[in-house]
Design a protein around this ligand. Structure first.
Ligand code: FE
Ligand code: FE
Ligand code: ZN
Length: 281
């Protein structure tokens, strides 16, 4: 990893294994990628093939990849009022973190959860309890809280909610933040008109030093819609000029960017080419 180039990749299917994802990333001009640790609906994970993991590690090193990102199933709810649902989130996340020891340095990103009527305070307490139970000082995966659009009772829509988690966990140094541009826009932050103000606010509330990665998406909906519908780069309500300003911002441009736009591989290749050209201008 060097700071001379933009670090960018997209979400890839893990169906064919680790090395296949690394090769796929290279084939579309990416130097990182994101994948679901298991079926996004949260089922059983395939057994890890240590040789496949080792082959990917070698590919990542040889090609100077930026850190890759493992995404927890998005249906987990660490803030659920149902003990069985929380137990399931705990088991999946603890198992994911153990498996990620095969890919040292990969980020582990998750959605903080929805309090589903119990209220924000109870939800925050449950999330912190779960994180304290699964995070150990020895783990190599930084655990990232993703900023959310605020659909329903989703926690993590505001920087203040993210901070509330970070300041209550026992090992905050093991945690970081992944900022999703679609979610931020739909949460009501003014990425188009006031990027500087949004970043200053983030810095005051959370600290930009805690920001480790960006999910780079356009949004189908207007700012504040709280619906969470991703759009292709330049084809949504955020638009290309605002996204180009964002990737070039001096406080963001060194970060790894992960596309989660509605695309197949050729579409991702086009977006990566477009954004690499726009980076540095
Ligand atoms: Fe996500
Ligand atoms: Fe995202
Ligand atoms: Zn989303």
């Amino acid at each position: 990893m060097t700071d001379q180039i933009m670090h960018i990749g997209c979400h890839l299917s893990s169906a064919k294994g680790f090395l296949a994802m690394g090769r796929e990333a290279l084939s579309i001009g990416a130097d990182t990628f994101q994948f679901f640790t298991r079926n996004p609906r949260g089922g059983r994970a395939k057994a890890i093939d240590p040789e496949d993991a080792a082959a990917l590690r070698q590919l990542l090193t040889e090609n100077h990849f930026a850190p890759i990102m493992a995404h927890a199933p998005y249906t987990l709810n660490p803030a659920s009022g149902d003990e069985r649902v929380r137990r399931f989130a705990f088991e999946v996340m603890a198992d994911d973190l153990a498996r990620l020891e095969y890919l040292p340095g990969a980020f582990y990103n998750f959605h903080p959860g929805s309090h589903v009527g119990q209220g924000l305070e109870t939800g925050l307490t449950l999330i912190v309890e779960l994180l304290d139970a699964i995070i150990t000082p020895a783990q190599s995966a930084p655990v990232l809280l993703e900023t959310m659009a605020g659909k329903g009772s989703e926690i993590g829509r505001t920087f203040e909610e993210i901070r509330a988690i970070l300041e209550r966990v026992k090992l905050p140094e093991r945690l970081g933040v992944c900022l999703d541009t679609c979610h931020l826009h739909e949460a009501g932050y003014d990425l188009i008109g006031d990027l500087e103000g949004v970043l200053n606010h983030f810095d005051q509330v959370i600290g930009l030093g805690r920001l480790r990665a960006i999910h780079l998406n356009d949004s189908l909906n207007p700012a504040g819609a709280r619906k969470d519908r991703h759009a292709k780069i330049g084809q949504g309500q955020i638009g290309l000029p605002a996204l180009v300003r964002l990737i070039n911002h001096p406080r963001l441009r060194h970060l790894p960017f992960f596309l989660e736009t509605p695309n197949e591989l050729p579409g991702y290749a086009d977006e990566i080419r477009l954004l690499r050209q726009a980076w540095g201008q």
